[in-house]
Ligand binder design. Structure first.
Ligand SMILES: Cc1ncc(COP(=O)(O)OP(=O)(O)O)c(N)n1
Ligand SMILES: Cc1ncsc1CCOP(=O)(O)O
Length: 596
């Protein structure tokens, strides 16, 4: 296919000119030659020059550099020619060379998830297909080395890989294939996770491969990330029982070729913390973190190595710049700490999820399964029928704790609850939301939070209600994900349209009648409500001054998408929330059934 597909003769000429210009300028600066050297001559990665990430134009491969130069030169020389869009956005890219885990806790699948979670593109070269679950490894099928070579060529020849991360390399031939491929297509960094035995104790690489690892693989590594067993195997069975042993092992492993070594001490018997030891040939760093008590640890090694690779691909200069300045040293540990912190957070978050019957479950790379594993509450427009919006001031006045008020409203027939806390401290707000959720969930009544996305996220509430000056619904949607409900206050047709465009689930329209609950709130009246409803593609709930004496005309405006009324004082500024809610509910029900 022609690129750009819609190029005109004029801008094609410009392209040729700029291509030629950039080629000449590169050649003059000697980069063309360097680029040739980079592409044709294999050097172990640890001999690469120290070049800060991200890969600068001057160090990019020639064909990439050329196309970027074209667009940059155009911008430098004035406005880009219309329709001549050749600039390409470079995605950080990790290629994982590893085995497939059918249970998707470890291996290729963990690498893909980790990279996606860290915002990095991940391509995959599969070295083996394993039949695996939470109990262990039931079967291994090694991919022929020629086909591993073919996969490597397909990706590396085309897709501008920044970092290669290796996992299960089950045969000596595959190690050699990888070595040859990296020689032909050098990358910025190689992260080697020397997978030999699975967490369940199953052998994933024949012990005969150890010599190949020592002689070939380790030389390629910018960072080697063995656990205690792997470090011990690589060092001929050395006993590793203390942090001092780990330091010694890190040094010995470093002498075998990798630019740096991270010995992971998760299995260290003596320590309460999880201690990892990093050694870059000059300095040791002990990285401690509290142990997360969970069975869901399958895939942590793959994930950590992938995260390190992802951070490197994004631009952290962990390795090549360590010796240049102390600032780079900080960045190195920032990068590592990011990876480690990510894994800890994911472990903590997924410590209670249950998947499979075996001893080692997977964890949740996207921190979402916990929330999706059955709150049992899914918002629908019909939930808007009788919407109870809380008010702490009214609760105080009547001497009612919030949980009591919410329970009474639900027992009286409220079909959805909104916590509207204008003055609560954040921590208290989250606690209240959690307490109210415990009440709402058994009734399957959704609980939404007014204004505060952070509180909704922290409490795992069912959604938010946002005003016109709050966080835009589109941003809220991005933060909350697709499942949570989002309501937006709208007084106009334009606002209602925007709420729909932004991905809201419903709109609240009002004040329908004057109210003393909300200051300076202009009234739209029944006509204004009807206009908004008829224009809205979303379900609508009416709000503002509505009570048992004036609710029926609201529902009678003749707009099918008006699904109900939202009330504050009509139920909460009363001596019995349950009685008032019940009364309102039965009136509304009767009115609707008469209308039908
Ligand atoms: C259901 C419903 N509709 C409208 C509002 C008003 O929200 P907002 O415009 O954000 O004003 P405040 O509630 O923040 O004063 C609502 N809360 N609920
Ligand atoms: C929050 C809000 N938004 C528009 S009017 C209103 C207050 C509704 O309270 P009440 O039901 O007591 O009139």
């Amino acid at each position: 296919m022609k690129y750009p597909p819609d190029s005109t003769p004029a801008n094609s000429a410009a392209a040729i000119f700029f291509f030629f210009f950039s080629a000449v300028s590169m050649a003059c600066s000697g980069l063309l030659f360097n680029s040739f050297v980079d592409n044709k001559c294999f050097r172990p990665c640890h001999l690469k020059p120290a070049v800060p990430y991200p890969r600068s134009l001057s160090t990019s491969r020639f064909y990439l550099t050329s196309s970027l130069r074209i667009s940059m030169s155009m911008e430098e020389n004035g406005a880009p020619t219309q329709g001549f869009e050749v600039s390409r956005k470079k995605l950080p890219h990790v290629l994982t060379v590893a085995g497939s885990d059918s249970g998707a806790g470890a291996g290729i699948q963990a690498d893909l998830k980790a990279c996606a979670a860290r915002g990095v593109y991940c391509s995959t070269v599969i070295t083996a297909v394993t039949a695996q679950n939470t109990a262990g490894v039931q079967g291994v099928n090694i991919v022929p080395d020629e086909f591993v070579a073919q996969q490597l060529r397909s990706v590396l020849s085309d897709m501008e890989v920044d970092v290669v991360k290796t996992g299960m390399l089950p045969s000596i031939e595959i190690v050699k294939v990888l070595q040859r491929s990296l020689k032909e297509f050098p990358v910025r960094a190689v992260v080697v996770d020397p997978v030999m035995v699975s967490t369940s104790g199953d052998v994933l690489a024949d012990p005969s491969i150890l010599s190949s690892f020592r002689e070939e693989l380790l030389m390629m590594a910018d960072i080697l990330t063995p656990n205690l067993k792997e470090a011990s195997n690589l060092l001929g069975g050395m006993r590793l029982e203390t942090v001092a042993d780990m330091r010694h092992a890190a040094k010995l492993l470093h002498s075998l070729g990798p630019r740096s070594v991270l010995v992971k001490g998760g299995d260290l018997p003596e320590s309460f913390d999880a201690v990892d030891v990093f050694f870059d040939g000059e300095e040791y760093h002990e990285l401690r973190s509290p142990r997360v008590k969970t069975r869901n640890t399958h895939g942590t090694g793959c994930t950590l190595a992938s995260c390190i690779a992802a951070e490197l691909a994004k631009g952290s200069s962990m390795l090549s710049a360590v010796k240049v300045t102390p600032l780079w040293l900080c960045m190195c540990f920032y990068s590592y700490a990011l990876a480690k912190r990510y894994v800890e957070t994911a472990l903590e978050y997924s410590k209670d999820i249950i998947l499979g019957n075996g001893a080692q479950g997977p964890f949740d790379h996207f921190l979402r399964l916990k929330h999706n594993s059955g709150t049992g509450v899914t918002f629908s427009g019909n939930d808007l029928f009788l919407y109870a919006v809380t008010d702490s001031g009214m609760n105080e006045k009547w001497g009612r704790p919030m949980e009591v008020a919410v329970k009474e409203a639900i027992e009286g027939g409220a079909t959805i609850i909104q916590l509207r806390e204008k003055n609560a401290e954040t921590r208290k707000f989250i606690e209240t939301a959690k307490a109210c959720l415990k009440i709402c969930r058994p009734y399957k009544v959704p609980l939404l939070i007014n204004d505060r996305i952070d509180v909704a996220l922290a409490s795992d509430a069912d959604g938010v209600h946002l005003g016109q000056s709050d966080t835009p619904a589109q941003v809220a949607r991005a933060l909350l994900g697709p499942e949570k409900a989002i309501g937006v206050s709208c007084k106009t047709v334009e606002q209602a349209h925007q709420a729909w465009v932004d991905g809201a689930d419903y709109i609240g329209c009002g004040g329908v009648y004057p109210t003393s609950t909300k200051a300076n709130n202009t009234t739209v009246g029944l006509d204004g409500l009807k206009t908004v409803c008829l224009a809205s593609k979303l379900p609508v709930v009416a709000i503002g001054g509505i009570n048992a004496s004036n609710a029926i005309p609201v529902l009678g405006i003749g707009a099918p998408n008006l699904k109900g009324v939202a009330v504050v004082s009509a139920v909460f500024d009363r001596s019995s929330v349950a009685t008032e809610t019940r009364n309102l509910h039965s009136m509304l029900t009767e009115a609707v059934s008469k209308a039908n």
